[in-house]
Design a protein around this ligand. Structure first.
Ligand code: SF4
Length: 379
């Protein structure tokens, strides 16, 4: 490695495989999938973090985006209940614990947060066999009427495709109707891992990669910005992870429609996959969580934002992640259900003041954002 590289990196790589990668990072050169695999394989965690931190600082300085948001999960009834074997949340319609909120109940959920003005509702749930676009459109309109100025991030690509199937219409028609009701952005769930082999194991009937990407392509074409995710830490290989990230990077090159990338840690409790793998009680490790975030930052060179989902990664690992390439700390959330069913031991929500403290104690500057990452307030 050249002297310049050693000088510019706060932490010099000790693993020689990282030297050419560090050269590329410092030269602003795009990484390959093989580079990504090497970053996952290395034990030189601090060097990976230092490279990701450097790239992040160039894009975002010391800003960390936070949001006063609230999750609303309108139904856990899902037609894929028995085939997404990693899922602890879904129920069949008559199963114990199954619920579906009325539109009024879902709208009323939005009144819970009190300590700061709410900026974003994040709405995701199961693939209900009967609910139609009008149900979600009424919910979006109701929330916007009750909370003027709030932005709505709603429905994963999988939910959009299900609505298109239920109504026998196109993705574009569903998205356009939701946009007219007030949909601002879309979350990035349902991507899991794009590899056909992995999908056959963990979610055999879920939308395949091309379909998931197509829903997002159509959304971007309609001016709806979206997020994207990868569910890691189950049966996928490092090569699968990199194939997944490469597909996201390619679509971003094409549309520039993604706002943020969020690696999601698999939680093995209360689901069939966890039992099958004998993994119950063993969530992903902190090192793997940090690497997924850092590799996302380094490989996805056309993304502005990388988010740590503190609900899965814990607030403590998420705080450290702010030095591993992450500039986005999720939000207050308020009542998280999906990952808590899968054994997450984190709180169901954090107050806005707690989030600000986490960011400030990391030596970073909290910046309150809206769903489009426009800056609203900074501390
Ligand atoms: S992961 Fe989503 S689509 Fe699959 S069963 Fe759970 S709620 Fe349904």
């Amino acid at each position: 490695m050249s002297f310049a590289v050693a000088e510019e990196l706060v932490v010099q790589p000790t693993d020689p495989r990282l030297h050419p990668i560090a050269e590329k990072v410092l030269g602003g050169e795009r990484l390959t999938k093989e580079d990504g695999v090497a970053l996952f394989e290395t034990h030189d965690l601090l060097a990976v973090g230092a490279m990701a931190d450097r790239v992040n600082r160039k894009k975002n300085g010391d800003r960390v985006f936070i949001v006063a948001n609230q999750h609303i999960n309108p139904t856990n009834v899902c037609i894929l209940r028995n085939t997404c074997v990693f899922c602890s949340y879904a129920r069949t319609p008559k199963e114990e614990g199954a619920y579906t909120m009325s539109v009024a109940e879902a709208v009323a959920e939005g009144d819970v947060i009190k300590d700061t003005p709410i900026r974003e509702f994040h709405i995701v749930g199961g693939l209900h066999p009967k609910l139609k676009v009008a149900y979600y459109a009424d919910m979006i309109r109701g929330l916007k009427e009750r909370h003027p100025g709030v932005e709505i991030k709603a429905l994963t690509a999988v939910e959009i495709a299900n609505l298109a199937r239920v109504e026998k219409t196109s993705y574009a028609d569903v998205l356009q109707r939701l946009k007219e009701a007030g949909l601002d952005t879309m979350p990035g769930g349902g991507a899991e891992v794009f590899s056909g082999e992995v999908r056959a194991t963990i979610a055999e009937r879920k939308l395949v990669a091309d379909e998931w990407l197509e829903v997002h392509r159509v959304a971007h074409g309609l001016g709806i910005r979206t997020n994207c995710t990868m569910l890691y830490g189950h049966v996928e290989t490092y090569a699968d992870r990199m194939d997944h990230l490469a597909m996201l990077r390619e679509l971003q090159d094409e549309t520039e429609g993604f706002l943020t990338y969020i690696p999601l840690a698999y939680h093995p409790d209360n689901n069939e996959l966890g039992e099958r793998l004998g993994r119950q009680g063993t969530a992903t490790t902190g090192v793997d969580d940090l690497k997924n975030l850092a590799v996302g930052r380094l490989f996805l060179d056309n993304f502005d934002h990388i988010k740590t989902h503190w609900i899965m990664n814990t607030p403590k690992v998420s705080q450290i992640a702010l030095h591993f390439g992450v500039d986005d700390l999720e939000g207050t959330v308020v009542r998280e259900k999906i990952y808590h069913e899968a054994g997450a031991h984190t709180p169901q929500g954090l107050t806005f003041q707690e989030i600000i403290r986490i960011v400030k104690d990391a030596g970073k500057r909290p910046v309150e954002r809206d769903a489009h990452y426009r800056e609203l307030r900074a501390w």
